[in-house]
Design a protein around this ligand. Structure first.
Ligand code: EPU
Length: 419
């Protein structure tokens, strides 16, 4: 098993171009299933989750190839509707293939994705919404067997109890080629939803209202292939900005989605570092010790503070002057990284959904294991700011979402290697 070895304490400085978004790539790759003709996706990040998605596409008969950051998917040859349990378990977001397969073939057999490192993660909203679209769903021995009653799903009015990202994506994927109109009320408004809809529109879909709470989709008989560039990854952006802010450095982030990162940037600015933005660049300078954030940092659906940036900002604030308070409102179990940060000298107390972070003046290197994707990234940040050497194991979690993190850190002058 690979690990990261980090010698902390170096000032980080340099320029990075943001990779394409993982959380856009996965639903867009699933959406390619709906298209007759080739889809070329630029800025597709080379990540283990992206490769897992391509294995699912292969498993149902698609041809999928990669060259650098371009993926070419041809769904002309889809001839199966069952995804093996083993592939489904490789990543939780495999569940979005359910809506895409239903849209493409009117039926599919997938399996229950189960819990994950962030907690139980049920799919009740996905299933209830698809049932409203005239899809019969049976669960048997861990399999979910889905079949559109008339061979093609039917548009419906769906009101989500919570703006779930995955449920919104599954409904959009199923509705794009369903019969009639689908209206999603209380839809997720995350930028990645807009990216998915942008891709689908480029393939001929009729979708309006993405980015707002009500999305209206008029089903088309068939979609065609297209060429599309995936949006930059706002969470990877938040990670490198938190890293350099904590390491008292300087960063120019290019290929950045400035507007989409605003909920994170407005909190980062409260730590006292200078942040300047232009069209697709973010410049950060952090000369002195960060200040604690006075207001409680509450994770909320977009445009609130993103849950995916909670751990990385916490790592930075563990070294700030004063006490910062986080409130995690999206996932039940998203503070698992705090034990490792405490082992490295941080002062963090977790009380249910609240974490109280009292800034310390220094951290010390330690041997820690990544608990999940963003939690692992938080440990890297702490390691880079700590005195001495840190060893981070279970970095397979980090590789799910960050393209060559060690190379990016080295480019900024950090001492981090993979062994
Ligand atoms: N939920 C339910 N029932 C459902 C669906 C969701 O109770 O049917 C609950 C979940 O258990 C969770 C909350 O609703 O407590 C939010 O879940 P949501 O469906 O919005 O999240 P997701 O689609 O499973 C995506 C991202 C996550 C990100 C969340 C929230 C992808 C592949 N994953 O997950 O990204 O944290 O939205 O923004 O897009 C990450 O990249 O590290 C990551 C975990």
């Amino acid at each position: 098993m690979q690990k990261f070895i980090i010698n902390g304490g170096r000032r980080l400085r340099g320029e990075l171009a943001l990779q394409g978004s993982k959380n856009s790539s996965l639903p867009i790759m699933a959406a390619a299933l709906l298209c007759r003709g080739e889809c070329t996706l630029h800025s597709c990040p080379r990540l283990t989750d992206v490769y897992a998605a391509s294995r699912i596409l292969n498993c149902v008969g698609c041809r999928c190839s990669f060259s650098d950051n371009t993926a070419v998917i041809n769904a002309e040859t889809v001839d199966r509707t069952q995804v093996s349990e083993e592939l489904m378990r490789e990543m939780r977001s495999s569940i979005i293939f359910m809506g895409a397969m239903l849209g493409r073939a009117g039926e599919c057999v997938v399996s229950v994705p189960g819990g994950c490192e962030l907690g139980p993660r049920p799919i009740d909203m996905h299933l209830a919404a698809l049932r409203k679209m005239s899809v019969e769903i049976r669960e048997s021995g861990g399999s979910i067997i889905c079949r559109a009653v008339c061979g093609r799903a039917k548009g419906a009015k769906i009101s989500l109890a919570f703006p779930s990202v995955g449920a919104t994506e599954n409904i959009i994927l199923c509705a794009a080629t369903a019969e009639g109109e689908t209206v999603i009320n209380n839809a997720a408004r995350e930028p990645e939803i807009c990216d998915l809809c942008g891709f689908l529109r480029a393939c001929g879909a009729d979708i309006k209202g993405d980015g707002e709470s009500r999305i209206i989709i008029r089903g088309k008989q068939q979609l065609h292939g297209c060429e599309y560039t995936i949006m930059p990854d706002r969470i990877v952006g938040a990670t490198y900005l938190s890293m350099v802010a904590a390491a008292k450095g300087e960063l120019i982030l290019t290929n950045a989605c400035v507007q989409e990162m605003e909920p994170f940037l407005s909190v980062l600015e409260q730590t006292g570092c200078s942040v300047y933005t232009s069209e697709n660049r973010i410049y950060l300078r952090s000369g002195t010790r960060l200040r604690a954030v006075k207001e409680r940092i509450r994770t909320m659906p977009h445009p609130g503070f993103p849950t995916d940036a909670q751990a990385v900002l916490m790592a930075a604030l563990s070294l700030a002057d004063g006490t910062s308070i986080f409130e995690e409102n999206i996932f039940d179990c998203r503070y698992r990284h705090t034990d490792a940060l405490v082992k490295m000298g941080a002062d963090i107390e977790v009380l249910g959904k609240v974490a109280v972070v009292k800034g310390v003046s220094s951290l010390c290197g330690a041997n820690v294991a990544a608990t999940d994707l963003r939690g692992g990234a938080a440990m890297v940040i702490a390691g880079l700011c700590a005195e001495g050497t840190s060893v981070i194991t279970r970095i397979c979690h980090i590789d799910r979402g960050y393209e060559n993190m060690e190379e990016a850190v080295r480019l900024l002058g950090g001492d981090m290697r993979r062994v």
